[in-house]
Design a protein around this ligand. Structure first.
Ligand code: NIG
Length: 425
């Protein structure tokens, strides 16, 4: 087993959970950021971190030249299985048109027509783009198939990539939009029948391939009652719950997610004080071990408030109140929501910079939300930090300090990316 010693690290953000301060949830402690540090990788895991002056010897050695090292980003919300382009819709939005979820149908048509091979190639290219920007853990969803066959195809494709170690978490989002063939017109079935399908035959077809079920709880998509039906069916099948909530209005998604113990509720652009309180109240729910090392149980722990800064900009939505959520004590994550309609970017460094510059988080709060926060939202203990035993997922910045991410927004600051101890970018 070869060991590698990395030296020349000006800042090493271990974010080691063992060094959390329970009195300051969501905050990075002084001990979690080392200066003039070194790190040893062995067998794809972090074997040692500490002051460079005390570094042990190793089989191989690399000097990073005075750069900052962070855990790789943990992107807990993306929709990568799609074909087609909605640049025209985006352009119209920038000219004043409001976002309407109807564009999901446009992508669904293009995705259904794409071959398996084409979809796989597209997803892999998108994963590579994300990795090039420092993302080392990625969740992605089905949701542009919306038939039993097409959702099962997307789930199988993603599960195969996950089995190959190319992505980490797979979510079933059959409840993304009620497809036009269920419009209830001219004798065609309606939304209730589509919910029956999602919660029944479709769920059965995908369940073995996914760990999560998600629902777009929004006016124009699925109301809280229908969303609850889908989520309860998913929970009965052993899946963890995720919710798209309060994106276009006060949809009830946040209340539903907190009530059902969802692992995450994402978007959060329209929150009343009681929504913030409901999320904060879940923060004390303890996590529990899952059924494999590095995995936590999907049905225990806080409902993580996941904000999507790139999506908020791309839809000109009111920014999700990340500052208020954190101040209230909610568990916070930042994710890209990479998708063709509302956020065609997987650039987590951009999301972090936006959270600092526009959402008024400190750099440390934003980095933590995009690493540890994402890991909690995905119920994983093996990623999002560089404590001993963690997956050796490293984001080496071409900068001496992580603050450069917000100080020099948009600059290409990713110098190296390592996943499971292997350099991937
Ligand atoms: O998370 N809100 C629902 N789903 C995506 C958008 C999908 C689309 O417009 O294609 C989102 O923003």
């Amino acid at each position: 087993m070869t060991s590698t010693l990395l030296t020349g690290i000006s800042e090493l953000w271990t974010l080691d959970p063992a060094l959390d301060d329970p009195a300051r949830p969501g905050q990075v402690t002084e001990e979690q950021v080392l200066h003039e540090a070194a790190l040893v990788i062995e067998d794809g895991r972090v074997a040692w971190t500490g002051p460079a002056s005390q570094a042990p010897s190793a089989d191989e050695r690399e000097d990073l030249g005075g750069r900052a090292v962070l855990p790789g980003w943990v992107d807990s919300h993306s929709h990568l299985v799609f074909d087609g382009d909605r640049a025209a819709e985006f352009e119209a939005r920038m000219a004043g048109q409001a976002y309407a979820a109807g564009g999901i149908g446009v992508t669904t048509s293009a995705t259904r027509e794409a071959s398996d091979e084409r979809l796989r190639t597209l997803v892999r290219a998108r994963l590579a783009e994300a990795a090039a920007g420092g993302t080392t853990t990625m969740e992605t969803k089905t949701g542009y198939g919306l038939t039993v066959a097409d959702e099962a195809r997307a789930a199988r494709l993603l599960a195969a990539l996950a089995a190959d170690g190319e992505l980490d978490e797979v979510t079933f989002l059959g409840a993304h939009l009620v497809p036009s063939e269920y419009d209830g017109q001219d004798g065609r079935p309606g939304a209730e029948e589509y919910v029956d399908l999602v919660a029944g035959e479709m769920l059965e077809a995908v369940a073995e391939h996914v760990r999560w079920i998600d629902v777009f709880c929004e006016e124009g998509a699925f109301d809280p009652a229908r969303s609850e039906r889908v989520l309860r069916a998913g929970a009965a099948a052993g899946l963890g719950l995720r919710v798209h909530g309060n994106q276009l209005g006060r949809s009830g998604g946040v209340a539903l997610a907190a009530a059902l113990g969802a692992a995450s509720v994402d978007h959060l652009n329209h929150l009343a004080p009681e929504d913030v309180e409901a999320l904060a109240a879940t923060a004390s729910r303890p996590t529990a071990d899952g059924d494999a090392p590095g995995l936590l149980a999907v049905d225990a722990g806080p409902t993580v408030a996941t904000v999507l800064p790139a999506c908020d900009l791309s839809t000109r939505a009111p920014l999700a109140p990340a500052r208020e959520l954190l101040d209230a004590g909610a568990a916070l994550a930042i994710a890209s929501n990479c998708n063709p309609g509302t956020s065609y970017t997987s650039a987590m460094s951009f999301c972090v910079a936006t959270a600092v510059l526009q959402m008024h988080l400190s750099l440390a709060e934003a980095v933590r939300a995009a690493t540890r926060g994402g890991a909690l939202a995905l119920r994983r203990s093996d990623v999002g930090h560089l404590g001993t035993g963690a997956r050796a997922d490293l984001h080496v910045l071409d900068a001496p300090a992580a603050i450069h991410l917000a100080y020099r927004p948009g600059m290409p600051l990713t110098h190296q990316v390592h996943r499971r101890g292997v350099r991937i970018a």
